[in-house]
Design a binder for this molecule. Structure first.
Ligand SMILES: [Zn+2]
Length: 341
């Protein structure tokens, strides 16, 4: 019996020494120290031994059990330590390495231009008035003097909802009526930046969604001179004090008289180049004196009040400034384009 115990100890110890992973260690425990192992079975059967052998065998069996348990615990600890050292070695890092820079995001080029425009008009006393992008036919067209079947509607087809009276606005101009309704009977000086939509063939020159900035001033004794001064001042603050500005007669249903605002080409200074199509001039805005009917529709008596309005496209301004050849770049999310600004 004592020899058997020696053999159990030496075999178990040899097996334990060969172990190098936790799974094998668990299996070893099952074979050598669990309830049904040879050693534990012998300990359980001690009572069956003759009385004179029982004390000696029992003592030795318990010694073997304690020795194996201690060896098992030592092995478990050694394996845990080895695993820790391996993971430390594998994930070692050098604290003296310089840090990796965090990739900073940036504003979209149109947002930058839009903010410049807003800042310039803010300096002139204009406040931002936010207006809805989903509009009714009534606000988008009729209150702005586009009755149903008006030919100017041909230029501004849009996207309709299942309710034909509800549409995506084709311009920021319905915001003029919204601003007048919100601010009457006070004088008004606001700009209305925002997205507009048109049902158009997408090409290098036209997109189905684009940004516009509308401006509206309503007050007593506002004249064409105020409009001209505001436009010239804006062009010079935005593009440089040396800019020349001219006004051409035009037509919009909601202004009378209406003008197109041009400034001399920023690339060729008026000499003529590809960007200005050899005219020397770039169109920067449509504008005019608010039509008396529109003033009335907004709740202002045109006999007492007058005003001017203008509209411009920040994307068009950006295209001109950087010589961008395709308006579709703005929404294409191509980093090669966006990272240039
Ligand atoms: Zn030019």
């Amino acid at each position: 019996m004592l020899e058997q115990l020696d053999r159990i100890q030496s075999e178990a110890t040899a097996a334990l020494e060969a172990i190098s992973d936790p799974d094998a260690l668990r299996a070893w425990y099952g074979v050598h120290l669990a309830k049904k192992s040879r050693l534990m079975t012998m300990l359980g059967d001690l009572g069956k031994l003759p009385k004179e052998q029982r004390a000696e065998i029992g003592k030795r069996a318990n010694e073997v059990k304690r020795a194996l348990e201690a060896a098992y615990a030592a092995k478990e600890e050694a394996l845990r330590r080895a695993a820790l050292e391996r993971s430390l070695a594998a994930e070692a890092y050098d604290v003296t390495l310089p840090g990796r820079p965090v990739q900073a995001g940036r504003l979209h080029v149109t947002t930058v231009e839009m903010r410049r425009i807003v800042a310039i008009f803010a300096e002139m006393g204009f406040q931002v008035f936010r207006s809805r992008e989903v509009e009714s036919d009534w606000y988008n067209f009729q209150l702005l003097n586009f009755p149903p079947d008006h030919p100017a509607r041909e230029m501004q087809d849009t996207f309709y909802t299942t309710n034909p009276e509800v549409l995506l606005r084709t311009h920021t101009s319905p915001g003029q009526i919204r601003a007048m309704e919100a601010l009457r009977p006070d004088p008004i000086r606001v700009i209305l930046p925002g997205m507009c939509y048109r049902y158009e063939q997408i090409s290098a020159r036209s997109e189905i969604m684009f940004l516009q900035v509308e401006g509206l001033a309503v007050g007593h004794h506002i004249t064409m001179t105020d409009l001209k001064g505001t436009m010239i001042d804006f062009a010079r603050r935005m593009y440089g004090q040396e800019r020349q500005v001219r006004f051409r007669a035009s037509y919009f249903p909601f202004t009378e008289p209406s003008v197109e605002v041009d400034m001399d080409c920023i690339l060729c200074n008026g000499a003529g180049c590809r960007m200005c199509r050899y005219s020397g001039w770039l169109e920067i805005s449509g504008a005019g004196m608010v039509h008396p009917t529109v003033l009335r529709n907004g709740g202002y008596d045109p006999d007492e009040w007058s005003g001017f309005a203008f509209g411009m496209g920040p994307q068009r301004a950006t295209i001109l400034k950087y010589g961008i050849d395709d308006i579709r770049h703005f929404w294409a999310n191509d980093l090669r384009f966006l990272e240039q600004f």
